[in-house]
Write a protein that binds this ligand. Structure first.
Ligand code: SF4
Length: 461
């Protein structure tokens, strides 16, 4: 069942969609459930167990901060990122938290949030267990949630995907579950991929005007994110003490136009710059559009900025179409494989974002649905097997530069697909299935646990 464009692109905070935004959403859902059952005011203690990958890299990904915010009732798209550290300091120094800003209890983050890396839930490596206890220590409620990538969250009793199918979704006029069906529908109805996606979105109950408004807000948020990344100096949080490089690279490019005057690939510097600016904002916990994850959030904005500043042929309609096409492709990965680094490695984050951006750019530049699917396929094919091995569990190295690489590769993938004269050999469905099975075979140390790859071969803090 296709996922909505508004679910694949969501406004939130850095540094991680699965390890920050998802846990924040889960914690809020738990607190709301306590309220719904009428037991919120009987709660005296909350304990949170962060299992598997959340236990292994949760500190570097700010999972502990995120669950505290969620318990307070904060929402990822509404909280002001500049106020977060103050909120967390108050909780820590007062050893108290206000559940949904309604009921205050004692809470000591270092004691009440447990990182349990070696307990891996069989359903998904990003599991969280929330406990609420009364004044004599009895359980009032215990619930397990999974953060399954791209800030999507499900509860233990929602594991069966068919149980999640809503009435609206089953009424979609152009339902597809793989790329082959998507292309057949486009051919039959003489649709572009964005046409088909738009028709499905409207059938979900949103007007075209409302959808436009929401997607332009997404684009506006991406632009603000790039702008902040270009001007914010200093060190990124965490023990690596990594210096932000986007501002100095920006100055270098602006002040030295001759540097790239006779270089036909000069645009690459700018694509790198836009992607790094987003990656650094994400690493700093700033306002981010999940696209389709936070770790890979720089790729789609960098390619859109390429259209806006380098091709200089954008308008609102073309931006909206770009996002719709990207989402149609992202949905295929979400439904048939995974967009979680903890589940399938970085191929599910950087690889998927590259594939989405390549497809969207191919349609933007006049490609047919077949060429769009081919661009998506190329964008993923050369990321197959890409591991997730963030140094010190921070979404910084290799993540930030990897966005720059993904942005440039997306543009190249679209170009190759558009220039192709013969039918492609590998289908998009085949590469998605290969990504899924490669991820399933991948050793756990390469799946967002910071126990393999660069995370162990580079001296960190
Ligand atoms: S290595 Fe890739 S998947 Fe892992 S945290 Fe970084 S961007 Fe996300």
């Amino acid at each position: 069942m296709p996922v909505s464009v508004l679910e694949l692109f969501k406004i939130g905070i850095g540094p991680s969609s699965s390890h920050t935004v998802g846990p924040m959403v889960a914690a809020r859902r738990f607190a709301l459930e306590l309220k719904k059952r009428g037991i919120l005011t009987r709660v005296k203690r909350i304990q949170i167990d962060l299992l598997g990958s959340l236990g292994a890299t949760g500190r570097g990904h700010c999972t502990d901060s995120a669950v505290q915010l969620g318990l307070r009732g904060d929402q990822p798209d509404q909280i002001d990122p500049d106020k977060i550290s103050n909120i967390l300091n108050v909780i820590k120094t007062e050893s108290q938290i206000d559940l949904l800003s309604e009921h205050q209890i004692s809470f000591t983050p270092a004691k009440d949030i447990c990182f349990i890396a070696d307990e891996i839930h069989p359903f998904h490596p990003n599991a969280m267990r929330f406990w609420a206890k009364n004044k004599v220590g009895e359980d009032l409620l215990c619930e397990t949630f999974f953060s399954i990538g791209g800030s999507f969250v499900i509860k233990e009793d929602e594991q069966n995907p068919s149980a999640q199918k809503t009435k609206t979704e089953s009424a979609l006029p152009y339902c597809y579950s793989n790329a082959k069906q998507l292309l057949e529908l486009c051919k039959k109805h003489k649709f572009s991929i964005s046409d088909l996606m738009l028709a499905n979105e409207v059938a979900r109950g949103i007007s075209e005007d409302q959808l436009r408004e929401k997607l332009l807000l997404i684009w506006d948020t991406m632009q603000s994110c790039v702008a902040r990344g270009l001007e914010t100096e200093g060190l990124l949080p965490g023990c690596l003490k990594l210096r932000r490089r986007a501002p100095s690279l920006h100055r270098l490019l602006q002040e030295n136009p001759t540097l790239t005057q006779h270089d036909p690939l000069a645009g690459m510097d700018w694509i790198n710059l836009y992607a790094i600016a987003v990656g650094e904002e994400n690493a700093a916990g700033g306002r981010i559009v999940t696209a389709p994850t936070n770790g890979a959030a720089g790729i789609i904005p960098s390619v859109l900025h390429y259209c806006f500043h380098i091709l200089q042929d954008t308008n609102d309609d073309r931006i909206i179409r770009f996002l719709l096409t990207a989402a149609a492709i992202g949905s295929l990965y979400k439904e048939n494989a995974s967009i979680s680094g903890a589940d399938v490695g970085c191929q599910g984050e950087i690889g998927v974002a590259c594939s989405m951006a390549a497809a969207a750019l191919a349609e933007y530049r006049g490609g047919t649905p077949v060429q769009v699917a081919n661009a998506a396929e190329i964008g993923m094919e050369h990321h197959l097997g890409l591991t997730c091995d963030p140094i010190a569990g921070l979404v910084q190295i290799p993540c930030i530069e990897r966005n720059a690489m993904g942005g440039v590769q997306a543009i190249n993938a679209a170009r190759m697909a558009l220039r192709r004269e013969h039918q492609q050999f590998v289908s998009l469905d085949a590469v998605i299935e290969t990504m899924r099975s490669t991820g399933s075979d991948m050793h756990a140390k390469y799946k967002e646990t910071a126990t393999g790859g660069l995370a162990v071969n580079v001296t960190e803090c």
